[in-house]
Design a protein around this ligand. Structure first.
Ligand SMILES: [Zn+2]
Ligand SMILES: [Zn+2]
Length: 695
């Protein structure tokens, strides 16, 4: 995310030879917290070479690879301020460390079997150290048992990905019903046996970032429970020598997932792991190099249009995004899910690693630790604190506490405004933009659940120029996870009490009577303009959504995307009203879509027509707004098909389209947008931003 500017300069006649001149010290050095880097080819080779000093040593690293952010306690970055400080270098390591020609010259985490960290393995029957610990861990995986392993940035749970019984047992113990697991492969050839792998995808997998990449799966030998009924697999290569030794030792792909119970943060030390994962893991493989800052794996997807980061973490974070403008120091605390913390300082925004869900006590605690760590590490005193409008988010409550503690103003930023500004910031857009912010839900400035918004943004203000026609969600929170309830809300708006005839098959008759009564009386039926909920509703009407509750976020929308036919189809009609804001009426869509379903049209056709409808809507809204620069933001744009179609129509109609690249389209980017809005608001002298303040 850091920008490098390249320019040619003419040589002067007096420069007859090449010289190295000392750096000018007039500029204050910027504090940088370097991200962790995946094992490099030279270290991988050394670990595999019998007789080499670091043969089979799991903590091998060099100046090109190894831990950074996960071991640094403070700056400047040298060994004394890392969790390697307790390991005294042996003579051989010291010599390499001090030799400018050695590839380990000043490799701060340098280590070898004689002086570095040691593995330990514990199970009910065995305690082992060093090479024996590794061998025991490999046997445990070969037997189909669950191994909790202390990785680079936290504990991970590993199991043989080819054994259905083992994977299913891991799901049961972890309380993770259906959300796909990532799979660790030993090499690109191994990946190719199970997934299709383009050269661009291969480049990402083998880069120093080495994220999990979502790849299209082929007929494969993986256990069905790894990613039930999913057309994609989250694939990764070994990022540390420990991962490499394990996956090669087992000789089969391994499920590799965060060491936590569902939706909680990862465990980072053996004490927490043995307590919390006691009923999940059969054995624990850990070591004595302390993890200072937890970090999960990053997740990316490569599309024909480029790469999208879906989760910014190991290898990418903390990352700094240089801004096109000067900023005060702002600490922004993100939202409630996929949370991150951002710090705007010296014209840059530094984004923390993915913190995740803040619903659990541990999640909220990790979020606070991350925020305080950012302030302390970068020695920052915020001028402003920023958070979401939603009063009940854990991030909002922390923002309120910190603002009081530090006695600084608090700026509350509307969710979708922050989405748009995050994407604008990453593209260096400083002028007026139209943002299409389509996601699950965020609190609007009118108290409703927004999520299908068109906002014209400029400076620190926005004007809501269009949105979806609102619809009711019977049961509120419960409807968030039940696509059929969203469908019932739509149907009720179109057919009134007659809805019961149309909802047959989705609910039992007593269930639908209760829910329709709620809708009729408007009890516990919040209204929303969310495109994410419209996706849920349509997935239920088409019959591709799970019958009851979804088992992981986005499940129904993903099923609709995956079902859609490729190729041109006619959109349904979704007329846009006059007036400001304009309202996009999905009424005609619902009627036409039901007619298609009843006449036996294939789900793939209906799904494709629905996607085309949203693309046509995007074009209509953009043309109406008269703004040529259009930003696509929000979780719905994790849908590659939707993004491609919307981008295509907007580009064809003369718009410049910007999508998330390094920052994700989902709530992970919100902290950056909040930081930018708060910074501009404070520059304007507006400590307390008036939400929705239109110009
Ligand atoms: Zn290396
Ligand atoms: Zn050594």
């Amino acid at each position: 995310m850091t920008r490098v500017r390249v320019s040619e300069i003419p040589s002067s006649p007096s420069d007859t030879h090449f010289r190295i001149v000392a750096s000018a010290l007039d500029a204050a050095p910027r504090a940088v917290l370097p991200p962790d880097l995946a094992m490099c080819p030279a270290c991988a080779l050394e670990v595999s070479t019998p007789g080499a000093r670091r043969y089979r040593y799991p903590f091998t690293n060099c100046t090109d690879c190894g831990p950074r952010a996960t071991i640094v306690t403070s700056l400047p970055y040298d060994r004394a301020r890392t969790s390697m400080k307790s390991f005294v270098m042996c003579v051989a390591c010291r010599a390499e460390y001090e030799d400018p020609t050695d590839r380990r010259f000043h490799a701060e985490p340098i280590a070898c079997p004689d002086c570095g960290p040691t593995l330990e393995m514990r199970s009910r029957d065995v305690t082992a150290r060093g090479e024996r610990a590794l061998e025991e861990a490999i046997s445990c995986l070969r037997r189909g048992e669950v191994l909790a392993m202390q990785g680079l940035g936290g504990f991970q749970l590993l199991v043989d990905a080819t054994r259905e019984d083992a994977v299913r047992e891991l799901r049961r113990r972890k309380g993770r019903e259906a959300k796909p697991f990532a799979v660790l492969f030993s090499s690109c050839d191994d990946v190719r046996r199970h997934c299709s792998l383009s050269s661009r995808e291969e480049r990402e997998l083998t880069s120093p970032t080495a994220p999990i990449a979502l790849l299209t799966r082929r007929v494969d030998g993986l256990a069905p429970s790894v990613a039930p009924r999913q057309p994609r697999i989250g694939a990764m290569l070994p990022t540390t020598p420990l991962h490499k030794l394990l996956v090669e030792g087992v000789g089969r792909p391994l499920v590799c997932t965060s060491g936590n119970l569902s939706e909680e943060p990862m465990c980072v030390d053996i004490a927490a792991a043995s307590a919390r994962l006691a009923d999940v893991a059969d054995a624990f493989l850990h070591h004595d190099r302390e993890i200072v800052r937890p970090v999960d794996d990053s997740v990316v997807r490569v599309d024909p249009g480029g790469m999208t980061v879906l989760r910014r973490a190991r290898g990418l974070s903390p990352g700094a995004l240089s801004l096109a403008e000067a900023t005060p120091t702002v600490l922004a605390l993100g939202a409630q899910q996929k949370s991150t913390v951002a710090l705007a300082i010296h014209g840059e925004v530094i984004v923390s690693a993915h913190v995740g869900d803040l619903h659990s006590v541990d999640g909220a605690r990790l979020h606070e630790v991350t925020a305080r760590d950012m302030l302390q590490f970068f020695d920052a005193k915020p001028d402003v604190i920023a958070c979401d409008l939603h009063p009940d988010y854990a991030s909002t409550r922390l923002a309120e506490r910190l603002a009081a503690e530090l006695d600084v103003p608090l700026v509350r930023v509307q969710h979708h405004h922050a989405h748009v500004m995050a994407c604008a910031a990453e593209h260096g857009l400083t002028g007026r933009v139209l943002g299409l912010a389509w996601d699950g839900a965020g609190l609007g400035d009118d108290g409703a659940l927004w999520g299908g918004e068109a906002l014209v943004c400029e400076g620190d203000t926005y004007r809501r120029v269009a949105h979806l026609r609102p619809f009711a969600l019977p049961g509120g929170e419960a409807a968030m996870g039940e696509p059929r309830r969203a469908a019932l809300g739509l149907l009720h708006a179109v057919f009134g009490v007659e809805v019961i005839d149309h909802a047959a098959g989705m609910f039992s008759s007593s269930e639908s009577r209760t829910l329709v009564t709620m809708l009729e009386r408007r009890v516990s039926t919040p209204v929303t303009t969310s495109v994410g909920r419209l996706f849920d509703a349509v997935a239920a009407l088409v019959g591709v959504a799970p019958a009851g509750r979804i088992r992981f976020e986005g499940e129904a929308a993903m099923a609709l995307e995956d079902a859609a036919f490729a190729g041109e189809v006619a959109p349904y009609s979704m007329p846009l009203s006059d007036g400001a804001p304009a309202v996009a009426d999905w009424g005609p869509l619902v009627r036409a879509l039901l007619a298609d379903v009843r006449s036996g049209a294939p789900a793939g056709l209906v799904a494709a027509r629905f996607h085309a409808t949203l693309a046509a809507l995007a074009e209509a809204v953009a043309s109406r707004s008269g703004v040529r620069s259009v930003v696509l933001a929000g979780g719905c744009f994790q849908n590659a098909l939707l993004t491609r179609l919307v981008k295509g129509r907007l580009t064809a109609s003369g718009h410049r389209v910007y999508t998330a690249r390094d920052l994700s389209p989902n709530d992970g980017a919100l902290s950056v947008g909040q930081a930018l809005v708060a910074s501009r608001s404070s520059a304007r002298g507006g400590g307390a931003h008036v939400p929705g303040d239109p110009r």
